[in-house]
Design a protein around this ligand. Structure first.
Ligand code: IPE
Ligand code: IPE
Ligand code: MG
Length: 241
């Protein structure tokens, strides 16, 4: 597949369809999640090779706690395994890791791993891999609003200075560019509480492929669709992003 000329700076992915992938093979859902981790590995490598600067992956939503406890614990286990196995390689590849989401409900061992991954890779410049874990956009927005309120009540911020920039600076994604492209696999066409603020002007590409089947060709296909879109940001003419 031909690599498109225009590569978005920030690609965010709703990795969906692990369960259906497993079901189609008569396997337990865990097998789908395991296969999904391989697709994560491959996608990180491909994104970096293609020159994507920020890759955000939706790994566990604030609503995913409603799944059976065994599945929740499998998903936690896979994140731990991924970080333990891949952190050194990611660091060697000059990838910076950032985690977004609410941390207070996570177990101490996971928290420590996540913190470690961020500390070790801080300042790496090939690509930033953002892992959305225990992430929910409404929760993130509420936490930002609470920070604004306490900054105002403690005199660090005056109400006249509350604007989009002050708000964005208090989101988990502070300092990152907004996503240019949001990809969702598995055919579902919804955001499921992902980057509601940040995706205000993102392009959306929904693909039928299930997450474990998402490889280089599928990434390039999504980038090609993105390349054919005209982004206007409310104006009249297309603006190159
Ligand atoms: C996406 O696959 C992975 C996570 C939500 C963690 P699903 O587990 O949602 O797979 P489906 O949607 O049931 O096929
Ligand atoms: C969204 O997928 C969350 C992640 C990919 C982590 P879900 O499978 O949880 O979303 P819904 O329930 O189909 O909306
Ligand atoms: Mg799903």
């Amino acid at each position: 597949m031909q690599v498109p000329e225009r590569i978005p700076e920030h690609v965010a992915v709703i990795m969906d369809g692990n369960g259906r992938w497993a079901k189609a093979r008569g396997l337990p859902r865990t097998a789908g999640h395991k296969a999904g981790v391989n697709a994560v590995r491959e996608t990180v490598r491909n994104a970096s090779e293609l020159g994507i600067r920020y890759l955000t992956l939706y790994a566990f939503s604030s609503e995913n706690w409603s799944r059976p406890p065994a599945e929740v614990s499998d998903l936690m286990g896979l994140l731990k395994l991924f970080i333990r196995r891949d952190l050194a390689d990611l660091h060697k590849s000059n990838v910076e890791i950032r985690i977004i989401g609410e941390r207070s409900r996570l177990k101490p061992d996971i928290l420590k791993l996540l913190q470690n991954a961020e500390d070790l890779t801080r300042g790496n410049s090939a690509m930033t891999l953002v892992i959305a874990f225990n992430y929910g956009s409404r929760d993130e927005i509420i936490r930002a609003a609470a920070r604004i309120a306490s900054d105002v009540s403690e005199g660090r911020l005056s109400p006249e200075d509350i604007g989009a920039a002050a708000f964005a600076a208090r989101l988990d994604t502070a300092g990152m560019p907004d996503p240019d492209l949001v990809i969702r696999t598995s055919g579902e066409q919804r955001l499921s509480n992902f980057l509601l603020w940040q995706a205000a002007y993102a392009e959306f590409v929904f693909m039928p492929c299930l997450w474990p089947d998402f490889g280089r060709d599928q990434l390039i296909e999504a980038l090609s669709v993105f390349g054919s879109r005209e982004r206007r940001f409310g104006g009249v003419e297309a603006r190159v992003s």
